[in-house]
Ligand binder design. Structure first.
Ligand SMILES: C[S@@+](CC[C@H](N)C(=O)[O-])C[C@H]1O[C@@H](n2cnc3c(N)ncnc32)[C@H](O)[C@@H]1O
Length: 291
């Protein structure tokens, strides 16, 4: 904060305005929203209260806390990491730099998996690869409380946070396993559905991503190899040996990857292969049935 520009008494409204202007000059598009979210988080109030209580003066310690948060956002740290949480499918997940921030489009992966396994419904056995925060596995487990869900990841740190999320959200029907894709589960284990939101960004594209993503989110969660499809290929290849006949593979993919991924599914013998579009009309989830 510049001493000459600073008001004599900092109110909530003045702080929001100052942070919004500051974020805007640094190219942060959601400047106002982020400023309000930061204040709401620091003062433990709702965004509505931030607006209603605009004239409320800030105490020195509140100001210090807010300055520290504004500094982090100014450096483009994602707002979800600052707040330590992100909502997904109506539930609040803990997030930090150990895991990818859950995206709204990933809710479509959950809907596809649940929608295509209605026949097994409550007895569903699901394997969620690349679980990260656990958002897909835990959501499916809460939607189907008698299902058995196994969530795996190569990152022990991510798995620790996923376990914490499962405990906090009461998803007692999720087991966790560490390892490289299917190697995390016993060879004989079979599933009704395999879900995955694997890293799918081509290595060369990573430096072109928004700084919020490339400088803060784990590279292991982003980098999908030379063409982005290295893990997708491995999953499609091995899934038929891990699915029961009639079992479903559902995977999130990147914009423009659907034709290649559909071809991979079909070449591996999957039937009824479909691509679902997200709210931006991007083909985001590809799924198919093991014949
Ligand atoms: C795109 S993030 C998805 C996280 C979460 N499922 C979501 O949708 O928000 C990909 C995850 O895959 C994990 N991962 C990367 N390579 C892996 C591998 N070979 N085996 C298992 N998990 C892997 C990363 O650690 C990361 O947590």
């Amino acid at each position: 904060m510049q001493a000459e520009a600073a008001p004599k008494v900092w109110t909530i409204g003045a702080l929001v305005k100052w942070a919004t202007d500051d974020f805007r000059t640094r190219g942060i598009e959601s400047a106002r929203l982020d400023a309000e979210l930061i204040v709401a988080h620091a003062l433990r109030i709702t965004r509505t209260q931030v607006i209603i209580d605009a004239m409320r003066p800030l105490a020195e310690e509140e100001l210090a806390m807010l300055r520290a948060l504004v500094k982090r956002r100014r450096a483009h740290e994602p707002i979800a990491y600052l707040r330590g949480e992100r909502e997904f499918y109506g539930r609040v997940f803990r997030v930090d730099k150990r895991v990818l921030v859950p995206r709204p489009e990933t809710e479509l992966l959950v809907d596809t998996a649940l929608g295509r396994t209605r026949h097994v419904s409550m007895s569903m056995r699901q394997l969620d690869l690349c679980t990260g925060s656990g958002c897909v596995a835990i959501t499916a487990a809460r939607q189907r409380p008698t299902a058995q869900v196994t969530a795996t990841d190569l990152s022990p740190d991510a798995l620790d946070l996923a376990r914490e999320n499962a405990a906090r959200l009461g998803a007692y029907n999720v087991a966790f396993a560490l390892g490289d894709l299917f190697a995390a589960v016993p060879e004989g284990a079979r599933f009704d559905v395999v879900t995955a939101n694997p890293p799918y960004i081509a290595s060369a594209e990573i430096p072109t991503l928004q700084v919020d993503v490339r400088a803060f989110e784990p590279l292991l969660a982003l980098d999908g190899g030379e063409d982005g499809l290295a893990l997708v290929r491995r999953i499609v290849d091995e899934a038929p040996t891990r699915l029961v006949p009639g079992g479903v593979l559902a995977m999130e993919i990147g914009a423009g990857q659907a034709p290649d991924v559909i071809a991979l599914f079909e070449a591996r013998g999957f039937t009824d292969v479909r691509a679902e579009r997200d709210l931006a009309r991007i083909e985001r989830v590809v799924s198919g049935v093991r014949a």
